[in-house]
Write a protein that binds this ligand. Structure first.
Ligand SMILES: Nc1ncnc2c1ncn2[C@@H]1O[C@H](COP(=O)(O)OP(=O)(O)O)[C@@H](O)[C@H]1O
Ligand SMILES: CC(=O)N[C@@H](CCC(=O)OP(=O)(O)O)C(=O)O
Length: 286
């Protein structure tokens, strides 16, 4: 197979308007546990993030790790259940969540980015008071909703050419540790940074309608209707809710897309093709 060098050069040239549009832009990327997959997929994701930084964007990675938490809880014989996409969390569970997310998943992503020549620093919402939480709902136990987000540590990391990688845990006012849904955490951080884009990477190609087709552009009212009808369910509920909250809080647009697709982030940011479901306040062109 010969490489089509002319096509490669054309691709780079066609990316120019996007590179100019996103110069210095803040892009928050939520990497879901289901989108993490193999070492190759992780390396490809890390390479995209390093490229973003190299061309002048400020990427922030917020990760999940639900399947990895499930695996560890099962090993330890701790039972776990989800209500509307959120894990009911007691003290024993949050201890495992922190160990898996901050200890294993976070470091795996940091290492993958550093291996690709980037400079990543791992932290959780507990560091530098990044996310102070309130209890979301007493019936969910130690599940938190960020009530105060201080993004100063992230701004300092941008200045230092460093990519923040954030595990979704937060501190309570009384010294508790809260488990935050990864999508909720990414949305809160994107809102505090008034990010240009929030990319929610998952294992489906976007938000699907009742016929199973991906809806490429969604407005708030449509999301509400689809949720009431049960078409949006399970783990997609926190994602679409996060998207609505984020655009209301000033994030320019949110995209829900398949993170297992090679170069998913580049496809969305730097090509006309785009990917997944785009959620914003106003329809395109208005
Ligand atoms: N309308 C919908 N469109 C797409 N996916 C949906 C929809 N409703 C429910 N889902 C489910 O939501 C899942 C994504 O949420 P989740 O498993 O929490 O992902 P992640 O681990 O990436 O955060 C999909 O795999 C799918 O099973
Ligand atoms: C409160 C809550 O549900 N927290 C999630 C945090 C991890 C997460 O969000 O992982 P994914 O992005 O892979 O789903 C949990 O305990 O599973």
């Amino acid at each position: 197979m010969t490489t089509d060098w002319i096509a490669t050069a054309r691709t780079l040239s066609e990316a120019l308007p996007y590179l100019q549009r996103y110069d210095d832009a803040v892009v928050v990327i939520k990497l879901g546990g289901h989108a993490m997959g193999s070492e190759e997929a992780m390396d490809s994701f890390a390479r995209d993030v390093v490229l973003m930084r190299q061309v002048g964007l400020n990427p922030v990675v917020v990760h999940g790790g639900g399947p990895m938490i499930n695996e560890m809880l099962a090993k330890l014989g701790v039972k776990s259940e989800f209500v509307n996409g959120k894990r009911v969390t007691d003290q024993a569970t949050v201890d495992v969540v922190e160990m898996v997310l901050s200890g294993q998943v976070n470091k795996r992503i940091v290492q993958a980015i550093n291996r690709q020549g980037g400079r990543a620093v791992g932290l959780s919402g507990k560091d530098a008071n990044l996310m102070i939480c309130e209890q979301t709902d007493p019936s969910l136990g130690l599940v938190g909703t960020p009530s105060k987000v201080d993004p100063n540590v992230l701004l300092a990391l941008f200045e230092d050419d460093t990519i923040p990688v954030i595990a979704p845990l937060g501190a309570g006012e009384n010294g508790e540790t809260f488990n935050i849904n990864g999508d909720t955490a990414a949305g809160a951080i994107a809102a505090a940074l008034k990010a240009d884009r929030l990319l929610l990477l998952t294992d489906v190609s976007g938000v699907k309608n009742a016929e199973g087709e991906v809806v490429t552009e969604l407005m708030a009212a449509q999301v509400r209707e689809m949720t009431e009808a049960g078409v949006i369910a399970g783990g997609m509920i926190p994602k679409t809710q996060t998207a609505l909250d984020a655009v209301e809080a000033g994030v320019r647009a949110v995209v829900i897309l398949d993170g297992r697709l090679p170069n998913a982030c580049l496809l969305e940011l730097f090509t006309d093709h785009g990917a997944g479901s785009l959620i914003r306040m106003q329809p395109k062109g208005s």
